[in-house]
Design a protein around this ligand. Sequence first.
Ligand SMILES: Nc1ncnc2c1ncn2[C@@H]1O[C@H](COP(=O)(O)OP(=O)(O)O)[C@@H](O)[C@H]1O
Ligand SMILES: [Mg+2]
Length: 309
Amino acid sequence: MNTLAVKVENLVLQFDDFKAVNNISFNVQKGEIFGFLGANGAGKTTTIRVLCGLLIPTSGSVEVAGISFNIEGNADLIKAKVGYMSQKFTLYNDLTVEENISFTASLRKLPREYYEKRKKELFDFISFNKPANTKVSDLAGGMKQQVSLAASILHEPEILFLDEPTAGVSSAARQKFWDLIKSLAKEGKTIFVTSHYMDEVEQCDRIALMSNGELIALDSPAGLKAKTFPQPLYELDSKQSLSNQELESIKALKYFESFESYGHRYHASPINLSKWNEFKSLYGDLFNIREINPTLEDVFIRLVEGQDK
Ligand SMILES: Nc1ncnc2c1ncn2[C@@H]1O[C@H](COP(=O)(O)OP(=O)(O)O)[C@@H](O)[C@H]1O
Ligand SMILES: [Mg+2]
């Protein structure tokens, strides 16, 4: 049995002579919550648009829900198997909730009876308790996103692509949205999601980190942290602000694999124990020091900014 929802090999997507996606390869397992992380312009949306059958790969091979892209006409088959909530808001504000869902159903050519039954299920699923003829413009941001999610799964897709679905939504509504995502994954749906919120990405089974069109890391949240920080990570809280000269000499002496500043605090990962001891004997008095667990933000900063150095 094929356990892969998505299989990407050496995918390149070029706009004119610019490679927005530059030779990436990865697989997504069925039922997985797969997170896509990266700065603006990294190539996340472009990759998703390829996987939804909206952009044709420049080269490389892509298989989604067991369907290969390279055969003409398959893009339409793929569209039937995937749901897509695009980064831009996808509902019509001046239509009612009912009209939006019904419009989506007609685009997908869903039979009337199926639509009526499914609509009820979906309203239950998102706990929608307003009249169906409420205008979308009268809904709160979090509820709009939930209705948009409902519209994207109207046709019961196997794989759901969510591109920054919670951008700008309140934190309570974000958590509710993620509870919905998780219950879909429990039913066996595959979720492919991008987000800038580290607390959200933390809830993914695996995370792919993209930078400048390339995939620079792929692992579980715990795996990413362990691989990126094989040495312990310390927070150095400077007792008084450091002079530039002090900072420069600490960096120049190369005690650390990474040394990132967060205001007057620094997150530092020593190269090895003897370097760490040497640092502490020379500079230890300047800081309050404690060992910390790396966050995904530490990982992101280390890997993405480390690339530019
Ligand atoms: N239709 C397009 N034509 C030309 N360049 C594009 C087009 N769409 C996206 N790009 C460029 O491709 C790069 C990746 O964009 P995108 O996939 O939207 O990144 P992300 O979603 O990670 O922010 C960016 O430099 C963007 O400007
Ligand atoms: Mg994007």
